[in-house]
Structure formats: C-alpha cells, structure tokens
Design a protein around this ligand. Structure first.
Ligand code: HPA
Length: 273
C-alpha cells in the first residue's frame, strides 16, 4: 500500500528532471506501440528504475521509461512501457504512475493496449475505442485506506471513458480513412491467454475485446478525476474464434505492423484535443 508521501517523492524526483516543463497529458503505450515516443519533440527520458518507489517493467515490447516532450502541440508525459499484474505487481502498483502524474498536474490520460477480438464483428488490425470495461478479478488499485487527496472512497464509474473524446477520436480516425469500432474491454490478469470457453463466457457477458492491462490505470485515473481516452488495437481474434493457437510473438508482430498507422492517428488526435 503506497502512502501519499511516496507518491509525492516520486513526483518531486520527476519534476526535478523535467525542470520547468509541466506535462498536461499522460499517454500510456501498449505492447508494440512504444514507437510513438520517437515522434516526441524535445524528449527528456526518465527510466522508471531511477525513480523512487517505482517498480520496473519487465514485459516484452515495453521499454520501461517516461518520455516527456511535445507531441501535437501538447505537453506530453509518455510511458514507454507499463506495469502489468501478470508481472507480479498489484493493481495499485500498476496504477502508481497515474497518481504520480496527477501530482505533476496532469488531468488527462490516453491509454492504449493490444487486445484480443471477442466480438465477431472485429478483425485483426482494427482499432477499438473503449466505451466501458468489465473487471471481475478481485484486486483493485483503490483497495486499502482511501487517499482523499486523489478522490472519494466510493467513486462513481458511470463514465470512465470520456464521451466527447470517444466521438472526437472516431472523427479524426474517419478523416484518416481508418475504421474504428467502439466496445467494452474485458480485463483478464493473464499471463496465459484465455480458453475458448472463457472467451464464449466473456462474449455472453458483454465483452467485445479482452486484454491484460489498462483497467488498473483507468480506475486510478477516474478516481482522481482525469479525462480518459482508451484505445485497443485488436492484434488477434481471441482464443477459439479462429482455428489457431495464440502466441505473444504473433501479438507483438501484429502490433508492430499496425504501429505506424496507430501512431499517426494518435498524434492527430492529440493535436485535436
Ligand atoms: N487475450 C488477452 N490479452 C491479449 C490478447 C488476447 O487474445 N491479445 C492481445 N492481448
């Protein structure tokens, strides 16, 4: 369980590295999508390992550092790599950087991920704007003593993902000739992919895409009042949809293939907000 003091010490360390640069937007980049960091102007790199109280990110395809700089005319703090529960972190640990960003003055979050397509109308390579999420796992970033400085004990979760931003993202995507779907993200801890029976259950429960991230960060960000956009890149159809086994290499290859398209679109969105 983290204390407010620990969040403050992390934030102070980062602000010291940033000098008079004050980020307004946090972007968390999913598997294989870290290339967006290469588009940042005047980048400042801060490895997580150097920041007090930060846990290291070990997942493949994740670099494990902040990149602060300008993107689309906005002051952006980017996470090139994130923490996952399957690496052995608690949800509160996975969401830690979001609260640190809040203390740095950040009020907006864009969070992306690679996900498996559960809704049969989706296809590999497609983008899905997250309308809502389902989390049936027990862990939760808000468990433990409530830190009132961040938000209330019992936060409302009716609109975690901002409706105006969802519409704006769809409009910007359409202008770029990129078809985007909208749907519900179903959270699973991983690291194993789902069984075909689990995917049938997730579909029956209303999940459109399934993945192993994003929800811890979205809960913490909503709790502290941030405006949130979530986007999934459907890297594969989920288990049992197609007659083929799933692999992490396949997911990363699909993310890399879509990377440049996604990065262009995300840059245009950031410029438009
Ligand atoms: N399941 C869970 N997480 C994922 C998947 C999947 O099929 N694809 C990419 N991330």
């Amino acid at each position: 369980m983290y204390t407010l003091q620990q969040y403050r010490e992390s934030a102070d360390y980062i602000q010291n590295k940033l000098g008079d640069f004050h980020p307004e937007l946090l972007m968390i980049l999913g598997s294989g999508l870290g290339g967006l960091a290469e588009r940042m102007e005047t980048p400042i790199y801060i490895p997580y390992a150097q920041i007090p109280h930060f846990k290291a990110s070990t997942a493949i395809g994740h670099k494990g550092r902040f990149v602060a700089g300008m993107l689309g005319g906005k002051r952006v703090l980017m996470m090139q790599g994130r923490l996952h529960v399957y690496e052995g972190h608690s949800m509160q640990e996975a969401a830690y950087p979001v609260r640190v960003a809040k203390l740095l003055g950040v009020e907006k979050l864009i969070v992306t991920n690679a996900a498996g397509g559960v809704n049969l109308a989706l296809s590999g390579g497609q983008l899905m704007v997250i309308k809502d999420y389902i989390k049936f796992t027990l862990d939760n970033p808000l468990m433990g003593p409530n830190l009132e400085e961040f938000g209330p004990r019992f936060p409302d979760m009716c609109t975690v993902f901002d409706p105006d931003w969802r519409a704006l993202f769809a409009r910007v995507a359409q202008e770029q000739g990129e078809p985007v779907a909208e749907g519900v993200y179903f959270y699973m801890t991983g690291p194993m992919y789902e069984t075909p029976a689990e995917i049938r259950a997730i579909r029956a429960l209303g999940g459109d895409a399934v993945g192993m991230s994003t929800v811890p960060e979205a809960i913490a960000a909503n709790h502290c009042g941030m405006k949130i956009l979530g986007v999934s890149l459907v890297t594969n159809m989920a288990a049992g949809v197609l007659d083929a086994p799933l692999s992490g290499e396949e997911v990363l290859a699909a993310a890399a293939k879509a990377g440049a398209r996604f990065e262009r679109l995300m840059t245009a969105f950031v410029a438009a907000i």
